[in-house]
Design a protein around this ligand. Sequence first.
Ligand code: PGA
Length: 251
Amino acid sequence: MPIRLHVMKNHEEASRHVAEMFQQTIREAPASVLGLATGGTPERVYELLCQFHREDGLSFSDLTTFNLDEYLGLPAGHDQSYRSYMTERLFGHVDVNPDRVHLPRVDDFPPDEAARQYEALLQQTGHVDLQLLGIGTNGHIGFNEPGSARDSVTRVVDLTEETIRSNSRYFEDESDVPRRAVTMGIATILKAKRVVLLATGGSKSRAVAEAFGGPITDANPASFLQEHGDAVFVLDEAAADGLAGILHGVP
Ligand code: PGA
């Protein structure tokens, strides 16, 4: 099934589209399992979800959530951990049940054990109903860097230099950026019932075009989404810029 596309005017419109998809899922099935992502891209989506909670009574109380990944090597409670990110941007502002909020438990267990437990918990829970993804400039999804296998599951990974450089904007010094992480695998992500990838800005246009219309290859891990039955890319015009050639001739 080809990936579906929604090209919106700008970051705000694309974020709003994705936030509405989540709102609709939560209203239709309040006990859904949501897959969540971190990074700069989804920040506005979380702001909007907080607003829907505050102003329109959208309730998170019956949801279960699983984040894609977590850094290794940061002190517990570090403000750049993805647990802190989620608390600051979403969980701390809505009525989510803390017992049903999941990130890899890297502060409590050795990394391999945290990864194994996370995959087991995901399988035990069933499937993710709606998975949010970003994409790296190198095509990574979660921290599945180029070279990640189609059948990979939750595991410890090394981050590429490109990812470390890109994430250094959140740290005082590039040397402070963690070198490793625990991430859901490609196979783990593909088990989600529905997947929405949000990408905005021209820096993502090459990775997006390759993922959407290029060969399915571990050189661009997001290209594996072409094998998913229900994946949609929500883009702004800048991120969609590389698609013109690929879409040429498509009615
Ligand atoms: P970004 O990261 O949202 O900070 O650009 C996306 C990603 O690396 O998946």
